[in-house]
Design a protein around this ligand. Structure first.
Ligand code: IFM
Length: 450
């Protein structure tokens, strides 16, 4: 059982509180064309002109595919108790279904074994946005049978890794990849269509339910969750159309997935719109018993009416006097407390913070002493962890925290120019350097770095 450092104990966190670090396959692995991996929708998206900063791709990323042992050793030294990674669907099933790629499966065997040897608990997420391009070409998430494709993929992973991996998440941030990919057109596969978005929402929810059933049936002692982005949503001002826009945006961003999955109903505005796609028995297929709630939290979201967007609502502006992070996100660590208390009240599940972190466009190169003084990130993490501890004291059932991210990595549309890592990656040499935030985190969680 993990014990806490005096610093963590002073926060009032329980002795078995879990400290971890997160990444995702597409963002760190690289080796895109290697050992039989198939293309994902993000490989395709990266090749669309002007869609990713600097024309960056996931081809090499942090080369975690080859450097995983070094990265596990880094985590061990940092004192990390759990590593949340994702499995790349097209790496293990290059066409999304059918022929299995043994070499791809072997990679996760090696990673999992190395984690266990290092005393780090593997937390596997089945889906962090890298949908197989071959399945997208067949109609992708817009097809109802996509839930079956996902269940087959989950079966493969559960059978292969379920003897060693007990902590499973079905999806990462349902609302973000569906909104950005199918309603705003800002991410892969770059669609902006309300009907497509609605179908995708429902089919992804069905896939989640089917995945939970597979994991429950095949993994002895599985502890199963799903990872949701939850950012308290506020209207940009009190104009009635913006208040209504924010209420709809809140449903789309915060509720459209966890409500049906945990409470077995869609939130009101979505329930009406999605009705044509819901068949008898679907809500019971989606609402499967869950062991924990994974929350990714960064900042509150300000929303407004936006008639030009497919839902008629969109991102608004935070109040002008609200501080911002280096990449322009509202800086309000207190919102974390609010988020955790909201979630405890609404869903009544143990909560794991599966992502929280600070992004910057600064180069963060080491100084002459080799130090990277990422003071803003360190302050932000300290404030958020403090806010999480306050939420815990106030009754939020929060059991663990995973920093986003272990490494600087491929930040989707932001490419490699936006850095979220507590460990700096020099993408020219792949050299890893601990930032001051990593050293601070290690001191908090009982690592052995200076
Ligand atoms: O990098 C992403 C991650 O993939 C999902 N959650 C938010 C992070 C920062 O934008």
């Amino acid at each position: 059982m993990p014990t806490q450092t005096p610093e963590a104990r002073a926060l009032g966190l329980p002795d078995d509180f879990l400290w971890g670090a997160s990444t995702s396959a597409f963002q760190v692995e690289g080796a895109a064309g290697e050992d039989g991996r198939g293309p994902s929708v993000w490989d395709t998206f990266c090749r669309l002109k002007g869609r990713v900063d600097n024309g960056d791709t996931g081809d090499v990323a942090c080369d975690h595919y080859h450097r995983y042992a070094e990265d596990v050793a880094l985590m061990r030294d940092l004192g990390v108790g759990a590593y949340r990674f994702s499995i790349s669907w097209p790496r293990v099933l290059p066409r999304g279904r059918g022929a299995i790629n043994e070499k791809g499966l072997d990679f996760y065997d090696r990673l999992i074994d190395r984690l266990l040897e290092a005393g780090i608990e593997p937390w596997a997420c089945l889906y962090h946005w890298d949908f197989p391009q071959a399945l997208h070409d067949l109609g992708g998430w817009s097809r109802r049978d996509s839930a079956g494709w996902f269940a087959d993929y989950a079966t493969l992973c559960a059978r292969r890794y379920g003897d060693r991996v007990k902590r499973w998440a079905t999806f990462n941030e349902f609302s973000v990849f569906t909104l950005f990919g199918y309603a705003f057109g800002w991410g892969a596969p770059s669609i902006a269509d309300r009907a497509e978005h609605l179908k995708v929402i429902h089919h992804v929810n069905l896939a989640h339910g089917a995945g939970v059933d597979v994991l429950r049936a095949l993994v002895p002692n599985a502890s199963i969750g799903a990872v949701h982005s939850y950012q308290p949503c506020r209207p940009e001002d009190d104009a009635p159309e913006n208040v209504e826009g924010a209420a709809l945006f809140n449903e789309l961003w915060n509720l459209t997935f966890p409500d049906p999955q945990i409470l077995s109903h869609y939130p009101p505005r979505i329930a009406q719109a999605i009705e044509p796609y819901v068949q008898a028995g679907d809500m019971a297929r989606i609402g499967r018993p869950m062991d924990w709630f994974g929350v990714n939290h960064y900042a509150p979201v300000y929303a407004k009416a936006e008639p030009g967007m497919v839902w008629g609502c969109g991102f608004g502006s935070p109040p002008p006097d609200m501080p911002r992070t280096n990449i322009g996100w509202p800086y309000q660590p207190d919102a974390f407390r609010e988020a955790l208390l909201d979630l405890t009240g609404r869903y009544r599940l143990p909560i794991y913070v599966t992502e929280n972190g600070y992004g910057t466009k600064a180069a963060e190169t080491p100084d002459e002493r080799g130090m990277i003084n990422d003071t803003e990130r360190l302050d932000y993490l300290r404030a958020c962890i403090g806010s999480m501890a306050e939420a815990h004291k106030a009754g939020a059932d929060v059991r663990g925290y995973f920093v986003w991210s272990l490494l600087d990595n491929f930040e989707w549309g932001g490419g490699y120019g936006t850095r979220f890592g507590i460990v700096h990656v020099d993408f020219a040499t792949q050299k890893r350097t601990l930032k001051e935030s990593a050293k601070w985190y290690a001191r908090l969680i009982g690592g052995r770095v200076a």
